[in-house]
Design a protein around this ligand. Structure first.
Ligand code: SF4
Length: 213
C-alpha cells in the first residue's frame, strides 16, 4: 500500500548507492547526511568523492579542502574532521577497508547503529534495518511499535519483520516520511494507510487535539 503513494523523489543514500555501492562512500555519505537535506548530502558527496574517493586520500587530505568540498551539508567543519578521522582509523585498523561486521562498524568514530545499518544495507546489501527519525516516527504512529528510542524500534522491527523486507524498508519509509507522513503536518486525509493508523485516525477526528494542523 505504501508503494501506491510512494513519491518520485529518491533518497540521497539510495541515489548515491546507485552510482556506487562502495561501502566507503556509503559510510562517508551517511555521516555527511546527519541533519542535512538529501539534495545537499548528494551534492557534497559527489564533490568530495570527485577528489577523495578512498580512505587513504581522505585521511591525507587538507581539512580546509574537505570543508570546501562538503560545505553544502550542515556542520561541515565538524564533519570534515570526523570523516577524516574515520578514514584514518580505516587505514590504521582495517587495512583501508570498511569492515562488514556490525561490532567493527560500531567501533569506528562517529558511527552509531543507524549509520552502521546503512552501510550494511546500502554498501554490502546485507539485510538490516537502519532506523532514522522517519522510520522511528512512522512505525510508532502506525502502532507497529511503541518505543521511545530508535534503537528500541530497530530491535522490535527485526524481531517482528521477515528478513526479506529489511533491505527496502528504510528507503521506502524515508520517502514516505518526506512526502506523506511528515514530522509536522502529515497528509493523513490522502494517506492509504489512514484506516490502519491509530495516530492518523485520532488526528483526523481531533481526539489528539491537532485536527486543525
Ligand atoms: Fe502517517 Fe497520517 Fe498516514 Fe498515519 S495516516 S501513516 S500519521 S500520514
Amino acid at each position: 500500500m505504501l508503494e501506491s503513494k510512494a513519491p518520485e523523489a529518491v533518497t540521497a543514500l539510495d541515489e548515491l548507492s546507485e552510482e556506487s555501492s562502495d561501502p566507503f562512500r556509503v559510510l562517508i555519505s551517511t555521516i555527511l547526511s546527519h541533519r542535512t537535506r538529501d539534495a545537499n548530502t548528494t551534492r557534497a558527496s559527489r564533490q568530495l568523492f570527485s577528489v577523495y574517493a578512498t580512505p587513504q586520500s581522505l585521511a591525507e587530505a587538507n581539512p580546509e579542502e574537505i570543508e570546501r568540498l562538503i560545505k553544502p551539508v550542515g556542520f561541515y567543519r565538524v564533519k570534515s574532521r570526523k570523516i577524516r578521522e574515520v578514514a584514518a582509523v580505516l587505514l590504521d585498523r582495517f587495512g583501508g577497508r570498511v569492515p562488514e561486521r556490525m561490532e567493527d562498524l560500531l567501533s569506528l568514530p562517529s558511527v552509531g547503529r543507524k549509520t552502521a545499518n546503512c552501510v550494511l544495507v546500502y554498501g554490502f546489501g546485507q539485510p538490516a534495518i537502519p532506523v532514522d527519525t522517519h522510520v522511528h516516527r512512522i512505525m510508532n504512529r502506525l502502532g507497529f511499535v511503541s518505543t521511545k528510542k530508535p534503537e528500541e524500534t530497530e530491535s522490535q522491527l527485526t524481531n517482528m519483520l521477515d528478513r526479506r523486507y529489511w533491505l527496502e524498508l528504510n528507503d521506502l519509509l524515508v520517502r514516505f516520511g518526506q512526502e506523506i507522513c511528515k514530522p509536522i503536518g502529515p497528509r493523513c486525509p490522502e494517506c492509504d494507510l489512514l484506516k490502519h493508523c491509530p495516530y492518523g485516525r485520532a488526528r483526523i477526528s481531533g481526539t489528539d487535539g491537532s485536527a486543525t494542523r
